[in-house]
Every structure is written in C-alpha cells, then in structure tokens.
Design a protein. Sequence first.
Length: 104
Amino acid sequence: MTSRCATVNTFQRLQRWYTAQCNGDWEHSYGVSIDTLDNPGWRLRIDLTDITLQDKPITEVKRGYEHEADWLICYVHDGQFQGACGPEKLEEVIGIFVDWAEDS
C-alpha cells in the first residue's frame, strides 16, 4: 500500500518541476496533460520543447505490458515525454518522469 505522504510527494515534485518551467512563454504553448484511456488506464504527456530536457536521452521503460491492468510504458517521442499505464500506475509513471527530469 502506498502511503499518502509518498503520493503527495510525487505530485509535489511534478508541480515544482512544472512551476520551474513557467517562464512567461513555455506555459502558453506547452504543458502537461493527464488523460484517461479506455482500456482503462492513464496517459501522461509532457511537452519538452524549449526546455533543458528537450535533448536529454531516455531509455524506454516498459513493464507488465502483457497484464491487463498492471502495466506501464514511458518514452520520449516527437518532443514529448509520453507515459501510459494501467489504472493504478499513474503515480509510478509520474515518478519515472520526475526522476528522469531531476537527474542531471
């Protein structure tokens, strides 16, 4: 079971990262989106254009892809960090992003 504190921490890290990108321009054209999938699950998309992560390499993360609900995948494509996952894996996908973004 994930503690409430750990959940808040992951989302706080994403919020801090987003706030740090807001420079008066970036947030008007780019941003972060979290959507639902119909299989069911989540999709996280984060624009990397015009920020320091734009050219940072990432190794695709793919786990449990054969499982109906307990799966995730994260990668960068066309200037976006993209993550998709089963219904209970959103926090883990966000954690993968912020770990990658904060690792310099």
